[in-house]
Design a protein around this ligand. Structure first.
Ligand SMILES: Nc1nc2c(ncn2[C@@H]2O[C@H](COP(=O)(O)OP(=O)(O)O)[C@@H](O)[C@H]2O)c(=O)[nH]1
Ligand SMILES: [Mg+2]
Ligand SMILES: [Zn+2]
Length: 231
């Protein structure tokens, strides 16, 4: 099936949070665990999503909202694996907002999704300022970007629940200190969980998948506890 592409304009920040809350309630009602994936362009958002699809799609119903300035190349890759996906084109906008995500949700069958990935355009400056309705915010930093990025873009690291440090396979070619990276990131965000991985070799992905499985189970449990309370 062809990928659905929606072109959207940007809304002002003030009204975003109310719409994000609406999205969150809608996603909650459908028992969907939602991950907002942020990073610079090329850090590995699509690669991480595709790896999770390959690992989990037999057991877990996955859906994807792809946000890009233009094109549907990432959505085509997800679509090729038979996963429901909708492409949002921001037409120049450098982040997704809750209104754009709502349009995406309108084009997915939410009753048939347990885990939703939102790929959030690609920049380290502003996406953290826009709630979308997600359960967790995941930031990908890749080793070739350098270990000083948390100094330069502190808000992105401070506002994330999980940091994936990708492209560890390239370490032999780089001057990257994981120790220094960790120190700065945990200084900004003491509760953050950091997973060093390589989407290329698969190294480190098991730890991330195990964490994700745990989060999905906890979500399911809180949903069934909530149901029992109200019955
Ligand atoms: N060496 C290496 N390359 C990677 C890794 N993960 C992704 N890439 C490559 O980095 C480029 C950008 O990846 P992509 O997932 O499209 O990044 P996105 O723009 O954040 O979605 C592609 O050429 C990927 O094949 C990795 O762990 N190691
Ligand atoms: Mg991508
Ligand atoms: Zn922006």
């Amino acid at each position: 099936m062809a990928v659905k592409v929606i072109t959207v304009g940007e809304k002002i920040l003030g009204t975003n949070d109310a719409k994000a809350e609406e999205n969150k309630n809608r996603l909650e009602k459908n028992g969907i665990f939602t991950i907002n994936i942020m990073s610079s362009p090329g850090a590995g958002k699509t690669s991480l999503i595709l790896a999770a699809i390959k690992r989990f799609s037999r057991d877990i119903r996955i859906g994807v909202v792809e946000g890009d300035v233009a094109s549907s190349v990432d959505a085509e890759k997800v679509n090729a694996l038979g996963i429901p996906v909708v492409q949002i084109n921001t037409g120049g906008g450098c982040h997704l907002d809750a209104f754009m995500v709502e349009k995406g949700l309108n084009n997915l069958n939410l009753e048939e999704i347990d885990l939703l990935f939102i790929e959030n355009v690609g920049n380290l400056i502003c996406p953290n300022a826009y709630l979308l309705g997600e359960d967790i915010r995941l930031m990908i930093a890749s080793m070739p970007e350098g270990d000083d990025k948390p100094y330069k873009y502190p808000a992105m690291f401070a506002d994330s629940d999980v940091v994936i440090l990708n492209k560890t396979d390239l370490l032999p070619y780089l001057d990257f200190s994981e120790k220094s990276f960790r120190e700065v990131v945990t200084g900004l965000n003491p509760d953050v969980i950091i997973f060093p991985v390589s989407c290329k070799t698969g190294s480190g992905l098991t730890a991330w998948f195990t964490w994700l499985e745990g989060a999905l189970k906890a979500k399911k449990k809180s949903k069934s506890d909530g149901k029992n309370k109200h019955s």
